[in-house]
Design a protein. Structure first.
Length: 470
């Protein structure tokens, strides 16, 4: 973050100096919401939580060197006091991020959205653009009204790119986030079924995702919308923006194209990247054929920022997974391979993961530990039955469905004529681990995937921890 005095921050955030704060004291960053991350010069943002109240940790943050606390409950500590509770503190945080970004005119902001693949694409993009200059991107899926400004506030005078993952829980959310950090380049990956229960329809999801392209500058001012030509709902967003559109996909009409896609035995895709008459071979370091579209989106942005095609191809080949629990592969000493993709799940990402499992398994027995896909609303049963059928159809040898609400997965798998695999239903992650102890054989490959509420990362971690302890 750029250095700012408390009186300047108070002016920006519409707060008032309180407690033992001095107007001339300077915040040099970082801006944190966890007192354990406070260092000299930091600004600690105190927010209430389900279990703890950040204000109770203000003294600890100041003792660690924080210059002041931004919060809504009066404190004796040096404070910037906001009226109106947590909602106003979050709004103040957004105002601070906007003001800091306005002081960095040489910094490019790139926004990435989509129903699936946002985090991986953001991670790949940050690694590729890092070759062009200092790049800031959120850790994991830090993509909401708190994580978004905190990421922006990590930028300083040396930052060349800020890559932001933009999520939506409803119509208007992406527009709000784009108001905090207006992007010049916006990437829309896909429109799927994630959060169908909240949005009600795929059309409503498309409406929300399209807020990103609506927020872009017009073409004459440099705005660029990077759209998936293979997703009709995404390419239709061309009509919703005045920015210049760059399409990516596997079809001949895409501006940024993948040709001759192949998936190797290790599950990694290779293809020929074509942009503007130039071509270069790519072999991805991340798992799954579905990563091709993510890589194309990254290539489109990198090309817009001046990176030659050959350099883009080389960078994509070296960019690996960064965020946790997303296709993390661990080979155990007993020959079992654990693929931890437990961070989240929706119908599209589940399908991609199962197809990747099939590509990896080849002659090995595959085991799929599957939790529920949350927030599907009325489509819950149908989508979980479809998931069970797909698991069986892709040749999964053993399915472990975790949780009572995962029962339709079992029904779907058993409905597939001729499938000879095994299926188990267990109540929770602990029972899944216990079942797997009796099920796994040497040389099996195990996929662990479900929505965050399923807690299946505990299964993957236990499977790898037990082996490490031997």
């Amino acid at each position: 973050m750029i250095a700012l005095t408390l009186d300047r921050i108070a002016e920006i955030t519409q707060s008032r100096i309180h407690g033992s704060a001095h107007p001339a004291d300077v915040v040099t960053g970082p801006v944190v919401i966890d007192s354990r991350q406070a260092v000299p010069g930091a600004l600690f943002v105190a927010l209430g939580g389900e279990r703890v109240d950040g204000h109770d940790f203000a003294d600890a943050a100041v003792a660690a060197g924080a210059t002041a606390v931004l919060g809504s409950r009066p404190l004796a500590a040096p404070q910037l006091l906001v009226d109106g509770g947590d909602a106003e503190v979050v709004a103040a945080l957004g105002r601070l991020a906007s003001a800091v970004l306005a002081e960095l005119p040489g910094t490019e902001v790139i926004g990435v959205t989509g129903s699936s693949g946002k985090t991986t694409t953001k991670d790949l993009l940050a690694q590729v653009l890092g070759r062009l200059g200092p790049t800031v991107a959120p850790a994991g899926s830090f993509n909401n009204e708190i994580g978004h400004p905190l990421t922006v506030l990590r930028a300083d005078e040396n930052t060349r790119h800020v890559v932001l993952e933009v999520a939506a829980r409803g119509v208007g959310h992406i527009a709000y986030l784009c108001g905090i950090a207006p992007p010049r380049i916006g990437v829309v990956l896909n429109v799927g079924s994630a959060h169908m229960g909240e949005f009600g329809s795929r059309e409503a999801i498309a409406q929300a995702k399209g807020e990103l392209v609506e927020a872009l500058p017009e073409a004459a001012a440099g705005g660029v919308a990077v759209l998936n030509a293979d997703d009709p709902a995404v390419i239709a967003m061309t009509a919703r923006t005045t920015a210049r559109v760059v399409s990516f996909g596997r079809g001949e009409d895409a501006d940024v194209r993948a040709r001759d896609v192949q998936v190797a035995a290790d599950g990694r895709a290779a293809f020929t990247l074509e942009i503007g008459g130039h071509a270069a071979p790519v072999r991805l370091a991340v798992l799954g054929e579905h990563q091709v579209h993510n890589a194309l989106a990254v290539a489109a942005v990198a090309a817009e920022l001046g990176m030659p095609v050959a350099d883009i191809a080389a960078a994509l080949g070296e960019a690996g997974p960064v965020s946790r629990w997303r296709m993390e592969v661990t080979d155990r000493r007993d020959g079992v391979t654990v693929v931890n993709d437990a961070y989240n799940a929706n119908p599209e990402s589940m399908a991609a993961a199962l197809r990747t499992l099939a590509a990896l398994a080849r002659q090995r027995r595959s085991v799929a530990v599957l939790g529920i896909m949350a927030e599907l609303g009325a489509a819950h049963r149908a989508e979980h039955e479809r998931l069970g059928r797909l698991a069986a159809e892709t040749g999964v040898g053993c399915i472990v469905a975790v949780g009572e609400k995962a029962a339709p997965i079992v029904d779907g798998a058993r409905s597939v004529t001729g499938w000879q695999g095994e299926v188990r239903q267990v109540s929770d992650p602990a029972q899944a681990v216990e079942a797997l102890r009796g099920l796994l054989r040497p040389d099996d490959i195990v996929l662990v995937k479900g929505s965050r509420v399923a807690g299946l990362e505990k299964v993957a971690e236990q499977l790898t921890a037990e082996e490490a302890a031997k």
